[in-house]
Design a protein around this ligand. Structure first.
Ligand code: NAD
Ligand code: LMR
Length: 329
C-alpha cells in the first residue's frame, strides 16, 4: 500500500543538530521504516546556503522514503501542512547576555513560529521544541497557537532521560535495556530532577538496587543535570548527535507508543498533576499510545524527590513569569 508522505519541518536545519537529525528522519528512524516523508528545512537567510548543501547530501543518499525537500526562510511556508515540527533553531546565550535578554531573543523566534504553526500546519501537528530554553520556548510557541490543542506542544527532556539511564546502567552494571520507568521531572536545565525511586532494573526497584543516597545526591543527579555543560566543555560545542538521537526517540515514542511496563519523559503542558502548576511546560513520566500521551498517575513522591521537583518547577514558573512580563505569552 502506498502511504501518504508525512510532512516534517525542521528549524535550524543547517545547524549541528540539524545535520545529525535530517539523515535519520529521511532514513525512517523518526516515524518508522514504512513511512515516507517530505522534509521542510526552515532557516534564517544566513543559513539557507548551508541548508542547500545538506539537502544535496540528502539527495545523494537516495533514501527510498524521502519524497521531497523544501528549503525556506519563511515560517509560513516552512510549516505549511506540517504534521511534525522539530523546533531546533534558537538564539544561543552569548557573553554578557542576561536571562531576560535570552528569553526576549527567543521570543522573537518562537512567537512567530507558533503563529505560523497555528495558521498553516496540518490539523494533527505535533511539535517538539529542542532549542533552549526548550520548555519556555515551547510555552511561547504554544501561547501563539491558540487554535492548536496545547498538548501538541512538547519540549525535549529525552536526552536527559537517556543520559540518566546510561549513568544508572554504568553504576549498576545493568544492561540499558533492563532499565525501565525512569523519570525526568521539571526543566531541561541544571535544576532538572532525574528520579530513580520508581525506576526498575531487571524488575527490581532501582533505588534499592543502588542503595546509596550519597551517590544519588552527589554524583548521579549532578552528572545528569550538568551533562550538557560537560559536553560543551569537552567538545567545544553543545551536544549534537545525542540531542538529535533524543529528538528522534521523543517523536518516535510519541507516535508509536511506549512499551508495556515502561514509560518515558517528555516536557508537556502541566494539567496540575503532582502539584506542578497548570500550563507550564514541565517534564513528567508519560506513557504514549496511538499518538497521544498520558501522565503516569499515582506515584508516591518522597521528600527527597518533592524538594527537587519543586525547585525545578519554581525555575519554570519564574521563566513563565518573565516571558509573561515581556508580553510573549
Ligand atoms: P547551531 O547553532 O549549530 O544551529 C542552530 C541553527 O538554527 C543555525 O543554523 C541557525 O541559523 C538556525 N536558526 C537560528 N534562528 C532561527 C530561526 N529563527 N529559524 C530557523 N532557524 C534558525 O545549534 P545546535 O547545536 O544545532 O543547537 C540548537 C539548539 O538546541 C540550541 O538552542 C541548543 O542549546 C539546543 N539543545 C537542546 C538540547 C535539549 O536536550 N533540549 C540538547 C542540545 C542542544
Ligand atoms: C544539552 O543538554 O546538551 C544542551 O541543552 C546544552 C546546551 O546548553 O545547549
Amino acid at each position: 500500500m502506498t502511504r501518504t508522505p508525512v510532512n516534517v519541518t525542521v528549524t535550524g536545519a543547517a545547524g549541528q543538530i540539524g545535520y545529525a537529525l535530517l539523515f535519520r528522519i529521511a532514513s525512517g528512524h523518526l516515524l518508522g521504516p514504512d513511512v515516507p516523508v517530505n522534509l521542510r528545512l526552515l532557516e534564517i537567510p544566513q543559513g539557507l546556503k548551508a541548508a542547500e548543501g545538506t539537502a544535496m547530501e540528502l539527495d545523494d543518499c537516495a533514501f527510498p522514503l524521502l519524497r521531497g525537500i523544501e528549503i525556506t526562510d519563511d515560517p509560513n511556508v516552512g510549516f505549511a501542512g506540517a504534521n511534525v515540527a522539530l523546533l531546533v533553531g534558537a538564539r544561543p546565550r552569548t557573553k554578557g547576555m542576561e536571562r531576560g535578554d535570552l528569553l526576549a531573543a527567543n521570543g522573537g523566534i518562537f512567537k512567530p513560529q507558533g503563529k505560523a504553526i497555528n495558521d498553516h500546519a496540518a490539523d494533527d501537528i505535533k511539535v517538539l521544541v529542542v532549542g533552549n530554553p526548550a520548555n519556555t520556548n515551547a510555552l511561547i510557541a504554544q501561547a501563539a497557537a491558540p487554535d492548536v490543542p496545547a498538548e501538541r506542544f512538547t519540549a525535549m527532556t529525552r536526552l536527559d532521560h537517556n543520559r540518566a539511564i546510561s549513568q544508572l546502567a554504568a553504576k549498576t552494571g545493568a544492561a540499558v535495556s533492563d532499565i525501565k520507568k525512569l523519570t525526568i521531572w521539571g526543566n531541561h536545565s541544571a535544576t532538572q530532577y532525574p528520579d530513580i525511586f520508581h525506576a526498575e532494573i531487571a524488575g527490581k526497584n532501582a533505588a534499592e538496587v543502588v542503595d546509596d543516597e550519597v551517590w544519588l545526591a552527589d554524583t548521579f543527579i549532578p552528572t545528569v543535570a550538568k551533562r550538557g555543560a560537560a559536553i560543551i566543555e569537552a567538545r567545544g560545542a553543545s551536544s549534537a548527535a545525542s540531542a538529535a538521537n533524543a529528538a528522534i526517540d521523543h517523536v518516535h515514542t510519541w507516535v508509536n507508543g511506549t512499551a508495556d511496563g515502561d514509560w518515558t519523559s517528555m516536557g508537556i503542558p502541566s494539567d496540575g498533576s503532582y502539584g506542578v502548576p497548570e500550563g507550564i511546560i514541565s517534564s513528567f513520566p508519560v506513557t504514549t499510545k496511538d499518538g497521544k500521551y498520558e501522565i503516569v498517575q499515582g506515584l508516591d513522591i518522597n521528600e527527597f524527590s518533592r524538594a527537587r521537583i519543586d525547585a525545578s518547577v519554581k525555575e519554570l514558573t519564574e521563566e513563565r513569569d518573565a516571558v509573561r512580563e515581556l508580553g510573549l505569552i
